[in-house]
Design a binder for this molecule. Structure first.
Ligand SMILES: Cc1cc2nc3c(=O)[nH]c(=O)nc-3n(C[C@H](O)[C@H](O)[C@H](O)COP(=O)(O)OP(=O)(O)OC[C@H]3O[C@@H](n4cnc5c(N)ncnc54)[C@H](O)[C@@H]3O)c2cc1C
Length: 302
């Protein structure tokens, strides 16, 4: 079986690409290794997607998937591990076998960035979480920390503040970088405390995380925070190493491509958060998905 297009990643970029390619009568397979819908499924509330005043990330993801499937996209739960060229076609190698296509769209997005300090891995699922939507309910009526001060961290803090006893936000900079509207919302909450200019220095506990040592970013002074849990929301990182032999990847791991979504391989296109760009949002991921699909269809039709 040879697909017209294999899309790697079923986030907003990959599923939008699937919608466009299916509407152009292409046979499309979407590969997803973890969660249909991608990162946005971690968002409790999306308020900046045009045309939708408010929706949950899961609601948006469900609709996208339904739309892609309804138009004929096929899906497979598999992790792409490499792309090889064979007889002018592209073979996507996965943990569930090989899938052959005339063109490939990489829409692998990004995943949460860990703190990268000692004991972090040991306490994941034992006090450390990277997703308030997924794990917040485990901390009902408990005291938790949120590490990070950007939009995602603040959105997650709003959610946590409605179920936890208290949420303490720890931000490395001397200011929060999220939208003023979100900051105002948090300032109105009595159970939210904000600690600026501090970084996480050490994680302590027994089987579970119990204490987080934070350090002042300038003075170096340390403080111990006793906590029931810690949510880490300090940005994303791409995972494109498996494809770096076929597409150019920059030093941060993002696939080098401009607004045209083309790569150095004429049969491989790229869309969404996994490529070099300034704004990583659903709008820009979906926009890329459509551009990459149209480019892939044009390549196939010529
Ligand atoms: C908590 C949170 C809140 C957010 N809130 C908003 C918001 O309010 N508004 C907004 O516009 N944006 C928001 N974003 C950002 C938005 O979710 C992303 O910009 C968008 O999801 C990017 O879409 P994408 O398809 O490029 O990548 P992703 O959503 O990351 O999807 C990529 C998919 O590819 C899969 N994948 C990766 N590698 C492989 C592989 N090798 N094989 C198979 N599958 C693979 C991943 O599992 C993933 O499902 C938020 C993000 C987070 C984390």
């Amino acid at each position: 079986m040879v697909y017209d297009i294999v899309i790697v990643g079923a986030g907003p970029a990959g599923l939008t690409a699937a919608i466009y390619a299916c509407r152009a009568d292409k046979r499309v397979l979407v590969l997803e290794k973890a969660t249909f819908g991608g990162q946005i499924t971690s968002s409790p509330c999306v308020e900046n997607y045009p045309g939708f005043v408010k929706m949950s990330g899961n609601e948006f993801a469900d609709k996208l998937l339904e739309q892609a499937l309804g138009l004929g996209a096929e899906i497979e739960m598999a992790e792409a591990t490499a792309i090889k060229e064979q007889d002018g076609l592209r073979v996507v190698k996965t943990d569930r076998g090989d899938f052959t296509a005339r063109a490939v769209i990489l829409a692998t997005g990004a995943r949460h960035r860990p703190l990268g300090i000692a004991n972090e891995e040991k306490f994941v699922g034992r006090g450390i979480s990277y997703c308030a939507v997924c794990d917040g309910a485990f901390y009902r009526d408990k005291d938790v920390l949120m590490i990070g001060g950007g939009n995602s961290a603040l959105q997650e803090t709003v959610l946590l503040s409605d179920m936890c006893k208290s949420v303490t936000v720890v931000q490395n900079l001397s200011f929060l970088t999220g939208e003023p509207r979100l900051i105002r919302k948090l300032e109105e909450k009595e159970n939210v405390k904000i600690i600026l200019s501090h970084v996480v220095d050490a994680l302590e506990g027994d089987t579970d995380l119990r204490r987080v040592v934070i350090r002042h970013a300038e003075t170096g002074e340390k403080k111990i925070l006793t906590t029931d849990g810690m949510f880490v929301c300090i940005g994303q990182m791409p995972e494109n190493a498996a494809f770096a032999d076929r597409v150019a990847v920059n030093e941060a791991g993002y696939i080098d491509a401009g607004e045209d979504c083309l790569t150095k391989d004429k049969a491989i296109f790229v869309a969404g958060d996994c490529r070099t760009k300034r704004v990583r949002q659903i709008t820009t991921a979906s926009a890329d998905g459509s551009v990459a699909a149209v480019a892939a269809c044009r390549y196939l039709d010529n």
